[in-house]
Design a protein around this ligand. Structure first.
Ligand SMILES: *Cc1c(COP(=O)(O)O)cnc(C)c1O
Length: 361
């Protein structure tokens, strides 16, 4: 078997031991004589998986007791709808920072339900910057302030988080959750689709401060109301059992690696390797992102021409390194180096970058 070095932005690479455990447990889960995805989501076996995953999220992120941890279908994208439906009340406004493609998508959905104040518009700098967390002019009584902690497409990441005071801070952390310890108490809500840093597609994790549940309107239909899921421990309906099972295994792997401080250290090491390679390339590789807001998860870069970018992506592929094409909306190259990307994988692409620049001057 020869596994590729997989730089896809999402769905993305998973830890090999996790894939192997899934393979080994798939046909006969712990002697049940059937698989976990063929049994009731009310079974004792699934219950252990479900609550085990909740407990690991709580432990790894040090989530305080006054937060609920939910598993919802619909990806991160459904949260773009659920947030305004639940929290943007009649006559209220909310605050947004437009840092890139994902923030804009969330913004468009919130805007359909009420007034949105734009505190920062990255369009002015072609989305190469993250605002200074302490300089945001937060609207008093805003229903929430929404940020996107890591812009998967533009390769920017918040390194510090705003203090929003009484305004609930809501963060889309789809592409950097579990990559570093977090000051959870600063947030009213954190959400993330699983398929970047947590597991396969199919589930979104929502971490929600309990007092916010009081704001969810009773007029909402069941699935769209956070209260429904909070009251039933995400078992109101059939949860995405396979995805939750895989997330639990990924979190066990994260814990075994040393938890979030170890993940943060690895992310620092891996991303520096790529940014340093660019800095030492005499301008052959350039990173469009301002140094203060560079992502440790999605490293974007350009070569001297689009033809060379094509050649780079093609030749890397021939050496087993895939997924290096930038998002179609921005072009260029992108290496997504989430938790599960081994340090050796990044060493290999960095060495390839140096060699390619030498040969293709
Ligand atoms: C991928 C991504 C999303 C969309 O996630 P889905 O699960 O496909 O809905 C939202 N936000 C960010 C930051 C992402 O990277």
């Amino acid at each position: 078997m020869s596994r590729k070095i997989n730089f896809y932005a999402g769905p993305s690479t998973l830890p090999l031991p996790v894939l192997e455990q899934i393979r080994d447990e798939m046909v006969d889960y712990q002697g049940m004589g059937l698989s976990l995805i063929e049994t009731s989501h009310r079974s004792k076996e699934y219950d252990e998986v479900h609550n085990g995953a909740v407990a690991l999220i709580k432990e790894l992120l040090a989530v305080p007791d006054n937060y609920k941890i939910l598993f919802l279908g619909g990806g991160a994208t459904l949260q773009f709808s659920m947030i305004p439906l639940n929290f943007l009340g009649e006559g209220q406004s909310c605050d947004f920072t437009l840092t890139g493609s994902w923030a804009k998508k969330a913004f468009v959905d919130s805007k359909k339900h009420g007034t949105v104040n734009v505190l920062f518009d990255g369009a002015e700098s072609n989305f190469t910057k993250i605002p200074d967390a302490s300089s945001l002019n937060i609207t008093p009584n805003a229903a929430y302030l929404h940020i996107t902690s890591n812009e998967t497409i533009q390769g920017t990441e918040w390194h510090n988080f705003p203090d929003a005071g009484d305004v609930p801070l809501i963060a889309d952390m789809s592409s950097d959750i579990m990559s570093r310890p977090l000051p959870i108490g600063k947030f009213g809500m954190i959400y993330a689709g699983a398929q970047k840093n947590l597991g396969p597609a199919g589930v979104a994790i929502v971490i929600l401060r309990e007092d916010l549940l009081e704001r969810c309107p009773d007029t909402l239909t069941a699935y769209l109301n956070y209260k429904t899921h909070a009251d039933k421990n995400s078992l109101y309906n059939t949860p995405p059992v396979f995805s939750i099972y895989a997330v639990k295994l990924v979190l066990e792997w994260v814990k075994a690696q040393g938890g979030l401080s170890a993940m943060a250290e690895r992310a620092q090491k891996k991303s520096s390797m790529l940014y340093d390679t660019m800095a030492q390339s005499n301008g052959y590789y350039s990173c469009p992102v301002d140094e203060s807001g560079r992502s440790k998860m999605n490293v974007v870069f350009r070569l001297p021409s689009e033809d060379l970018e094509k050649k780079f992506i093609e030749e890397a592929k021939n050496e087993g390194m895939i997924g290096l094409k930038g998002h179609r909306s921005v072009g260029g190259c992108r290496a997504s180096i989430y938790n599960a990307m081994p340090v050796e994988g990044v060493e290999k692409i960095a060495a390839f970058m140096r060699k390619f620049a030498e040969v293709n001057q």
